[in-house]
Design a protein around this ligand. Sequence first.
Ligand SMILES: [Zn+2]
Length: 227
Amino acid sequence: MRLNIESIILDGVEWEFMLEIISRTLLMFLIILLVLRLSGRRGVRQLTLFEVAIILGMGSAAGDPMFQDDIPILYGFIVLLTIILFYKLVTWLTRKSTWFNVVLEGKPMCIVKDGMFEIKKENDSDFSKMEFFAELRNHSVEHLGQLRTALLEVDGSMSLLYYPKDDRRYGLPLFPGQYEKIDPTRHSGPFACMFCGNVLERVAAEDSVCPRCDRRDWTLAINVGRD
Ligand SMILES: [Zn+2]
């Protein structure tokens, strides 16, 4: 089978429809802007899952009438308006009912407490650890000992509380080069558990178990202060 690029791009094109596509696109674009303004949201930085669902729903309704001559712009407008009214209703409900809010968007999740990962059971964490490391590095956190609390908000953003600058605690390093497995019998401590961030002055043997999470990987803890 031969791939005919020209026919993929041009087959069925009606040239006289081009002008209509341009005017449909401009009109639809104005409607999208108008409807988004009606939603009452300011810009978009982080989206909750519900908002992502809304945007997915709006996408095709906004796009299809731009280039399909059998779809009146009015249809697209009605779909957008319905979605936004639904969005308004649901956000109103989430303000009225905490239960509804939690069902729809989840709860903020405590990730770091007292300089350690807050991990109760082995499979308790459904966030990707490496992603979370990257997020903390973005906030210029060099090791977990600098953090009193880290919350993962429902929109995916991170809220951080730090220890005071002069309170220098040891913690699990987050940057490559320092976050590396070592043999604790060949170094002097303190050591940090690579899984949960637990810091110990001494670790007896290479395969010593972390009393907090039962893992066996250790790295050197650091206590660099924040600038
Ligand atoms: Zn541990």
